[in-house]
Design a protein around this ligand. Sequence first.
Ligand code: DGL
Length: 268
Amino acid sequence: MEIPLRGDAPILLFDSGLGGLTVLAEVRKILPQAPAIYAADTAGLPYGTKTEAEIAARVAGLLGRMSERYAPRLVCIACNTASTIALGMVRDVLEVPIVGTVPAIKPAAAMTRTGTIGLLGTAATVRQRYVDDLEAEFAAGKRLIRYGAPELVLAAEAKMRGERVEPAIIARAVAGLREQPGGEAIDTVVLACTHFPLLGEELQAALGEQVRLVDGAAGIARRIAHLVDGQAFQRSAPDRAVFTAEPVGHDALVARLARHGLEKVERF
Ligand code: DGL
């Protein structure tokens, strides 16, 4: 017999750090009534410089334990690095619906006029076969220039703590795209890491107004809304953020998380 879904069963959004808040913000726009838990594996941050085996083991292990503890109605892996590496494995072991985060190559390919697309991700994401497959399927006949920019992850985390973003870090990421063969023709850039939209203004300024930035957050939120369509929602406790290690800059962060409707902060 199927157990009826509880109205207070949360949507669990998971990332290595604060990048997944860009996905939560889109989820809030279309599902403001949905209880949510935001889970950050701060003990494992950053993922992008780890090996595939390390990332897969962390993500599958943590999501298994988190699913038991929080009984979510749906899990969103709000992290491109974790999704491109561990999505299949997590789907095999968990029974709840899992929504992953896929680099937005398809919409970027539809938008580009020059036929040259840049892709900024973590070092782990840009080398994934998953990205090769997306390129072959959706961007055949276009040029996709990839650059792994792990420094941007830490810059985004620092910005969320209220710290200044080092312009040289942004400049290095932009140069990493522009200085590759054909890079001057890039007119569309895929932000293939959920942390990077947090630096959208800085990246836009450095790339120039003519370049369009594309990320997958709104599409992921629509997918989640589709999967929970018709379900009852009832918030019986404040939404919370859970961290696997004490986050750096705790106090500034608590205020920032409250703006995302995450009123409690706990250790997992
Ligand atoms: N936010 C993550 C992503 O979307 C990864 C950041 C990291 O831990 O390196 O890829």
